[in-house]
Design a protein around this ligand. Structure first.
Ligand code: DGL
Length: 270
């Protein structure tokens, strides 16, 4: 394959469902010439409650599908999959595509700021994997770190409770934990949390830095493609948005996570 053909190959983005559209949206905003193939594993969501083995098994099969679609780079947009499966994907598909996860860009950002007290919120699978704790402490051994699973946030957001008494009560129940007192930064380590980022910033009276994996990850991908001379000079085909299980409700929920209306394509890989 010529370099020109290689550059024109799509970027594959996958997530447990449609929350990863927050990441896809940021990639399209930063890299408008790139063609995207998004895969949401709606047949198996949520990943946040699954075992690491199950998440690895699903991720391997999804990446195989994305490689069959000729992707030059694969973005593991799901924090739970990045935590449980990224290293396995790298090993299994070595040399077949480039891979980007959503954990390392957040860890690198925190490292650059030299904060002394930081919080991480995510799904149970992400927190139980210990990946953020391990990588953040490796980068900064004296970091005061609280990593907390906040499992009610995903269903809350998917059901449209973003800015009302219910969301306020749940957000405050989690964030009022004394271990979060005096944190300087909070990492929103889940695809869904960018939707409540403003409320989290308000909860802390705009006094702390809040990071999510949308723009930060898109910039890392941009850098990665520039470094390897793989930027697409111009998109030729439309973006595709595949799901492993289709329901009307998934189609409607996409509007929460993606700014434009999109049509979901049913790709039953299971
Ligand atoms: N996409 C998942 C993550 O970022 C959240 C939703 C789920 O649990 O599947 O961890």
């Amino acid at each position: 394959m010529s370099r020109e053909q290689h550059k024109r190959q799509p970027i594959g983005v996958f997530d447990s469902g449609i929350g990863g559209l927050t990441v896809a949206n940021a990639i399209i905003k930063h890299l408008p010439n790139e063609e995207l193939i998004y895969f949401g594993d709606t047949a198996h969501l949520p990943y946040g409650d699954k075992s690491a083995d199950a998440i690895r098994y699903y991720s391997l099969k999804i990446v195989k599908f994305l490689l069959e679609q000729n992707c030059k780079l694969i973005v593991v947009a799901c924090n739970s999959a990045s935590s449980a499966a990224y290293h396995v994907l790298l090993e299994f598909f070595a040399g077949q595509a480039l891979f980007v996860n959503v954990v390392d860009p957040l860890v690198e950002t925190v490292r650059q700021h030299h904060f002394s007290k930081v919080g991480v919120i995510a799904t149970k699978a992400t927190i139980q994997s210990g990946v953020y704790q391990e990588k953040l402490r490796e980068a900064q051994p004296d970091l005061d770190l609280t990593a907390m699973a906040t499992p009610l946030l995903v269903p809350m957001i998917e059901e449209g409770y973003h800015d009302d008494n219910i969301s306020e009560a749940i957000i405050s129940k989690y964030l009022s934990d004394p271990r979060f007192e005096n944190i300087e930064a909070l990492l929103l380590a889940c695809t869904h949390y960018p939707l409540i980022r403003n409320h989290i910033e308000d909860y802390f009276n705009q006094k702390i830095r809040v990071f999510d994996s949308t723009d930060i990850v898109a910039k890392v991908i941009q850098h990665y493609l520039i470094q390897r001379d793989l930027l697409n000079p111009g998109r030729q085909g439309p973006h595709r948005f595949c799901v492993s299980d289709y329901t009307q409700s998934f189609e409607e929920t996409t509007r929460l996570f993606y700014r434009e209306k999109i049509e979901l394509e049913h790709c039953p890989i299971w």
